[in-house]
Design a protein around this ligand. Structure first.
Ligand SMILES: [Zn+2]
Length: 669
């Protein structure tokens, strides 16, 4: 059982480079009658030594490789268009017989594909923007054949005829042809070839279907383990990523039958969910659980060249179309909702989507790139249940991942996200105060815990945990502050999540009220700013490569009435500043620092602020390369996006009225 696309691609390429080996007119016996199928399947990967005995093929290989070098890995755009299923009726001139797949089976294939393309498109989004619709109408086409045998040249001719007769747009159509295996023989799809995709005047998919009376689940029977779904989904996915059938990767082969036992992603279609939800990706068929449909798994881009690809690269939920748009997620605990908002370039907020049915018992929330798909997710911790969910979102803001991790302690006090172990994704650090313990927890591609390292013997008196790249090693550490004990510590982790750095500094003030993180001095690392309200002072504290304090500059004469402080790269000079908000006075300042950590008062004239803001969050909400702040007035139901010019003067201030008054937590995505 294999997919024939690679062999066909190689045959067409040899045909283009070496017409002496494969002539322009394909023999009806198929390409494999000219070049062995084993060579066609591997031609693109064969070494010069392997091809040495075939000088013509070796020469073709060399010229094609030279051409390939000029192309990027995904060199042409993905599919944007509609799949048209054709009911082929073959009239056999020899005996007058008519052969066709039943209307009922083609309708099942259409129903199946209508569901499957939502998941396929979500996976293919890793390779680029794409869009797939499925026409609900069967196209009927009749062709006379001299016998029950034809080849890919004939298929291409029929595709072009169908395209023309039905006035379809070649740039947004894909013809899907289901062949009744055993009754009609495509000599380019024999000897275990399940199907392939190609391009005539438009992309097309050819699939050998087995037997009849299909269903959407493609229910397993011992006699016929697979009728159509694995091969149809395989070719749809590969066509979507490579509609030209040219140089883009074959995205199912590494997880599919070509390279080993096929990985199948089984989906459910819960009511109210706009997209199917992955139950599990497994090699088991049939699986031990009920499902609605399954597809051939699609490999992660980094592993498109693996054969076979690992479980981790095949068994994961569809990431969905990514978005560069800034978003925030706001959690309404009482309503059980996670609302996603976006921003236009003026700072007007737009509801992207409402995700309902969330627990009303989440206690802690942290955001980060936890599952390695370059998008942000959140981790939600339910203390009483001892559970944590990793929740991801697609480009439409909809939940496309929600994995529950159970059996957690019911005593975690704090949770922060950070890139602690240097594997290109984020982990969470949990702190159990009474136990004096912390866990560093990481997640796999599906949001399942795959790392959980407990650190014991910690003080039971840390009050504040923040993450930052304090020591300049390219990953993040945790900074802990013990207010009563007057101590601070930088905690670093090795690649396995074990603490490998733990210098505690005694003699800290016991009166720091607010700690924020940023690169205030512009040395490419993070420092902390500590604000002592009663003293009206703020220290900028930096650390050396060993986590020891090597900078501690006190700034005095500050107001003793700042309520909120947030750090961000607000003025576009490459370093971080802070915004300070005095609620009672309705006043805000923007303060920057010089290389020594001394304040450079950027602007103190931000008077006239409302006295109602409860939350201040920084993020790149306006997509102009710098950070802004988001202000949320819970009681009044308003959100303000405030931006600053190069000198720290407020140059952007858009209030959005009438938002919910019940969000209790929020995070930038
Ligand atoms: Zn394939």
């Amino acid at each position: 059982m294999i997919c024939g696309t690679r062999a066909l691609k190689n045959a067409r390429r040899i045909q283009s480079a070496a017409p002496n080996v494969i002539p322009a007119k394909e023999p009806v016996e198929g390409f494999a009658s000219l070049v062995p199928l084993s060579t066609l399947q591997r031609f693109d990967l064969m070494s010069e030594a392997e091809l040495a005995a075939h000088p013509d093929l070796l020469a073709a290989h060399r010229s094609l490789c030279a051409a390939d070098l000029e192309k990027a890995r995904v060199s042409s755009p993905l599919f944007h268009g509609t799949l048209y299923f054709v009911r082929m009726i073959w009239f056999q001139e020899a005996n007058g017989a008519q052969i066709a797949v039943s209307v009922g089976d083609i309708n099942i294939a259409i129903q199946y594909s209508t569901l499957a393309v939502k998941s396929i498109s979500g996976y293919a989004a890793q390779y680029g923007p794409n869009h797939v619709d499925v026409s609900q109408t069967i196209i009927t086409a009749g062709f006379a054949v001299t016998s029950g045998v034809y080849n890919d040249d004939a298929v291409q001719g029929w595709v072009n005829q169908i395209l023309h007769d039905n006035k379809l747009n070649p740039s947004s159509s894909c013809i899907v042809m289901l062949n009744p295996e055993g009754q009609m023989v495509n000599t380019d799809a024999i000897n275990g070839v399940l199907g392939y995709h190609g391009k005539a005047n438009c992309p097309y998919i050819f699939v050998n279907g087995v037997s009849s009376n299909w269903d959407v689940a493609d229910t397993f029977t011992p006699q016929i383990p697979d009728h159509y779904a694995i091969r149809l989904s395989h070719e749809i996915a590969e066509m979507v990523v490579d509609p030209d059938a040219s140089s883009n990767p074959e995205v199912c082969d590494p997880c599919g039958p070509n390279c080993g036992r096929v990985w199948r992603a089984y989906f459910d279609t819960p009511s109210g969910s706009p997209v199917p939800v992955l139950i599990k990706a497994t090699q088991d068929h049939p699986p031990s659980f009920p499902y609605t449909f399954f597809i051939n798994a699609i490999v992660q881009p980094a592993h498109a060249g693996d054969c076979p690809a690992s479980e981790a690269a095949c068994a994961y939920a569809p990431p969905g179309e990514s978005t560069n748009e800034p978003r925030v997620v706001l959690y309404d605990r009482s309503a059980g909702e996670g609302d996603i908002y976006g921003f236009d370039s003026e700072g007007k907020i737009n509801l992207v989507t409402t995700n309902t049915g969330w627990r009303t018992s989440w206690d802690l929330m942290a955001a980060g790139r936890f599952i390695g798909n370059n998008q942000k997710q959140i981790v939600l911790y339910d203390r009483s249940a001892g559970q944590a969910d990793v929740v991801g979102f697609d480009g439409s803001g909809r939940t496309n991942l929600d994995n529950t991790n159970s059996g957690w302690r019911t005593s975690w006090n704090s949770m922060i996200g950070g890139d602690f172990i240097g594997n290109g994704r984020s982990q969470i650090l949990l702190y159990d105060r009474p136990a004096g313990q912390a866990d560093l927890v990481g997640f796999d591609n599906n949001g399942k815990t795959n790392l959980d390292v407990t650190a014991s013997g910690w003080r039971g008196s840390w009050d504040t945990l923040v993450a930052g790249n304090f020591i300049g090693n390219g990953r993040q550490q945790a900074l802990l502050y013990d207010r009563n004990g007057g101590a601070g510590a930088i905690i670093g982790f090795d690649n396995h999540g074990k603490v490998n750095l733990d210098p505690t500094t005694e003699g800290w003030r016991t009166s720091w009220d607010i700690i924020v993180v940023g690169d205030f001095v512009g040395n490419g690392k993070d420092q902390i700013l500590l604000y002592d309200r009663s003293a009206g002072q703020a220290d900028v504290v930096g650390f050396d490569a060993h986590g020891k304090v090597n900078l501690d500059t006190t700034n005095s004469g500050w107001r003793t009435s700042w309520n909120l402080i947030t750090a961000g790269k607000l003025v576009g000079n490459g370093r971080s500043q802070i915004v300070l908000y005095d609620r009672a006075a309705g006043h805000a300042d923007v303060v920057g620092f010089n290389s020594a950590g001394l304040e450079v008062n950027l602007d103190t004239a931000n008077d006239g602020w409302l006295t109602e803001w409860d939350v201040m969050l920084s993020g790149q909400f306006l997509r102009n390369g710098r950070d802004q702040i988001l202000l949320y007035d819970r009681a009044g139901g308003q959100i303000d996006i405030v931006g600053f010019d190069n000198s720290g003067k407020l140059n952007h201030d858009l209030v959005n009225f009438g938002v919910r008054t019940t969000w209790i937590d929020l995070a930038a995505l």
